[in-house]
Design a protein around this ligand. Structure first.
Ligand code: SAM
Length: 283
């Protein structure tokens, strides 16, 4: 019978954040596939777990996944772990999981820590929906497109950044998102954990690990038209194009992005204003 692939979340800093189930799974599997075997060895040693480790990182994932699938097909139970947090979230593992699913091997999540969820949960921003934008591309058109997306995101956005780019990225992000709040979560669950609302020109210590949460972008509010612009618009299209008033109202509603009833109300008001003004001229 084929084995099982367990996708095991590990702590993002504080070793107490390993779940009981994750620990039991690591104790029970035959093999652990780890992004960095040295780092995972330390975690396993802390919990007194001894297991064979296989290295699975972004540069060997395709090749190594094939070997691991063979092992899984031979009936072994394998735990996939990354350096920290949940594997496959901005981390290697996706190819192995996809290959296992394609080979009809059971894939079981062992959920736990993830920096994105930890940061959003303490950001004070609505998280009924949020966009996770991964790491910003380092440069070129891809970086510009990424910032455009951030600028136009109507819901809370979250991204990861490395310490050597954080200052540049925050400065650039603030140009794109204007007055929207930027919350910087640094070293979550660790000794020097900080959570600050970042303002332009605030210094930032380029050390540690960072998650950035950006408040939702407001929808662009269209200014409501006034009575005279609606009346002028309707006057023009009824006179110049010869449209009936009902059709002109429909067209105005679509043009100003307001309800037909609102157009009629503004038109009535506009006509009263026009009449008053012509009465005044006659006096
Ligand atoms: N798979 C991981 C997860 O579930 O959170 C993320 C892996 S990604 C390669 C690593 C990035 O996550 C870091 O560069 C940082 O942006 C963020 N990160 C990880 N641990 C963190 C922590 N303790 N505090 C803040 N950010 C963290």
């Amino acid at each position: 019978m084929a084995g099982t692939l367990y996708v095991v979340a590990t702590p993002i800093g504080n070793l107490e954040d390993l779940t009981f189930r994750a620990l039991r799974t690591l104790r029970e599997v035959d093999l652990v596939a780890a992004e960095d075997t040295r780092r995972t060895s330390k975690l396993l040693a802390h919990y007194d777990v001894r297991k064979p480790l296989v290295s699975l990182h972004e540069h060997n994932e395709n090749r190594e996944s094939a070997h691991l699938i063979e092992k899984l097909q031979s009936g072994l139970a394998v735990a996939l772990v990354s350096d920290a947090g949940t594997p496959t979230i901005a981390d290697p593992g996706y190819h192995l999981v996809a290959a296992a699913r394609a080979a009809r091997i059971t894939v079981v999540p062992i959920p736990g820590a993830s920096a994105v969820a930890a940061a959003v949960s303490v950001s004070g921003q609505p998280a009924d929906q949020f966009a996770f934008l991964g790491f910003p591309p380092s440069g070129g058109a891809a970086r510009e497109r990424w910032f455009d997306r951030l600028a136009n995101e109507p819901i809370t956005s979250v991204f990861y950044e490395s310490p050597h780019r954080i200052a540049r990225t925050l400065a650039e992000a603030s140009e794109y998102v204007g007055k929207r709040q930027i919350i910087v979560a640094r070293e979550l669950t660790k000794l020097n954990e900080t959570l600050v609302v970042w303002q332009i020109n605030d210094p930032i210590r380029e050390q540690g690990e960072f998650v950035v949460v950006v408040a939702a972008g407001g929808q662009v509010e269209l200014a409501e038209p006034d009575a005279s612009s609606v009346t002028y618009f309707i006057g023009q299209i009824t006179e110049l194009i010869g449209l009936e008033e009902d059709a002109a109202v429909k067209l105005a509603a679509a043009h100003f992005e307001i309800q037909g009833a609102k157009v009629r109300k503004l038109l009535k008001k506009g006509r009263i204003l026009v009449k008053r003004s012509s009465d005044n001229h006659e006096e």
